[in-house]
Design a protein around this ligand. Structure first.
Ligand SMILES: *Cc1c(COP(=O)(O)O)cnc(C)c1O
Length: 432
């Protein structure tokens, strides 16, 4: 028995499935999950002393790699002063200013939370509070955290477990969330035509990445913005995953910023906390000022704006200048190119969906444009591909419904390692 297997067996006796978040349990690919011990740069080391090139990076936050010296130093300096205050602190202000400045006029105010789930919950509450309307519109396969209103047709984690829905979500709450297949503006039009005056907001991932990565069709997000506004509803753009990853200004930087429209509310997470528990909701000042203590819409958090978390986020955003993004895009091109070539050499049908640095592979020969087409991938071939890669020292997301996450710490040596590992993994995928 490996130490990972031993720890996992113990974990299963005190934690449901041995994990704190379901996807970590390897449900889709089988086998016992690897227990992580430490990380440095592009590599993670497990409790058995094995090293892996990591293409998950904590599901996105570690955009600069593990234990970047600047981030570690920033966190250590804060922790030496206090782990938490429960009072305003300067590093929190500096991160708020940094994000407002980075988002180039798209937001005027920001409220920090500890998780993306809370950030989206807060955005929905602001939208409902501001419009006085009850309904939300979301897309099948988009994930917005595990709050009741959003655990409806919610993509990867749920999809990976094969749960159609979650017990414990009251049906009357789920009934207030209308779902539409991704990419279908005509169906969004229809939903708004029928119930437009009851809809508070349409919420979407700026680049869907929780059913694998889906490239938004040309004009889709802009269309959502226009339809919502025509009906007096708001648009919430969830940038928890894509924010500060697909561009310095997230998915908005590739779409709205160029096309001249701005969502009413944004949510951020993952990269904004640099690996610490931090997320945020942002929007124009008069909308955000509906939040307490200025306005009546209540939202709070004991650890919100935690100084160590804000320090990690601030150091991460400071590292991610234009040159760092160029490097990240280049690394993502090379990584995805190596994987595509390996799969092609072995004759494995696959589709690469990619938006700058964010991508995923689907083992299928049909275009993947929504949750239904994502679901028709070959999960068994992916499981063989995943385990062969892991054996070869490459840590991939343990489900074909998850995005791959590169960091700027990936080196030329890593890419050579990847090339060797992918040759083996592609061969495994090809074995019927
Ligand atoms: C990860 C994610 C969330 C939830 O964030 P947590 O910090 O896990 O609660 C919400 N929306 C999107 C798009 C995400 O990828």
């Amino acid at each position: 028995m490996t130490r990972s297997e031993e720890l996992f067996a113990q974990a299963c006796t005190v934690m449901p499935g041995g994990v704190s978040s379901p996807v970590r349990a390897f449900g889709r690919v089988g086998g016992a999950p690897v227990f992580a011990a430490s990380g440095r740069g592009s590599r993670i080391t497990d409790v058995d002393g094995r090293q892996y090139l990591d293409l998950v990076n904590s599901w996105g936050p570690l955009i600069a790699g593990y234990s970047h010296p600047a981030i570690v130093a920033a966190v250590q300096a804060e922790v030496a002063r206090a782990t938490s205050f429960g009072a305003p602190c300067e590093v929190e202000l500096r991160l708020a200013q940094k994000v407002v400045e980075r988002m180039a006029g798209a937001i005027g105010r920001i409220r920090f939370t500890c998780s993306g789930t809370e950030a989206v919950m807060t955005a929905a509450r602001i939208a409902r509070g501001a419009t006085g309307r009850p309904l939300l519109v979301k897309f099948v396969g988009c994930y917005h955290g595990h709050a009741d209103s959003f655990l409806v047709a919610a993509g990867s984690g749920v999809a990976s477990l094969g749960l159609p829905d979650s017990p414990g979500v009251p049906s009357e709450i789920a009934a207030d969330t209308l779902t539409v297949p991704y990419g279908r503006l005509d169906l969004v039009e229809r939903v708004f035509a029928e119930r437009g005056d009851e809809i508070a907001a349409v919420v979407t991932e700026s680049v869907p990445a929780n059913m694998g990565v889906i490239v938004p069709p040309e004009g889709f997000n802009k269309g959502l913005y226009e339809i919502a506004h025509r009906h007096g509803a708001l648009m919430i753009q969830d940038e928890v995953l894509a924010g500060f990853r697909v561009s310095p200004t997230g998915g908005w930087g590739l779409q709205g910023r160029l096309e001249g429209w701005t969502p009413d509310l944004f949510t951020f997470g993952k990269v904004i906390g640099g690996g610490m528990p931090l997320a945020a909701v942002g929007g124009r000042a008069e909308l955000m000022d509906r939040l307490a203590p200025v306005g009546p819409i209540y939202q709070a958090g004991t650890l919100s704006g935690n100084p160590a978390a804000c320090a990690a986020g601030l150091a991460t955003l400071e590292l991610m200048d234009d040159a760092a993004y160029q490097k990240l895009y280049d690394i993502a091109d090379r990584v995805s190119g190596i994987v595509s070539a390996a799969l092609a050499r072995e004759g494995v049908a696959h589709r690469l969906n990619k938006v700058t640095s964010l991508f995923s592979f689907f083992l299928t020969d049909e275009p993947v444009v929504d949750f239904a087409s994502a679901s028709r991938q070959d999960h068994e071939a992916f499981a063989r591909f995943f385990h062969a890669a892991l054996d070869e020292g490459v840590w991939l997301p343990p489900s074909g419904f998850e995005a791959w996450f590169c960091s700027t710490a990936i080196t030329d040596d890593d890419l050579e390692h990847l090339e060797r590992a992918m040759a083996v993994a592609a061969r495994a995928a090809a074995q019927a």
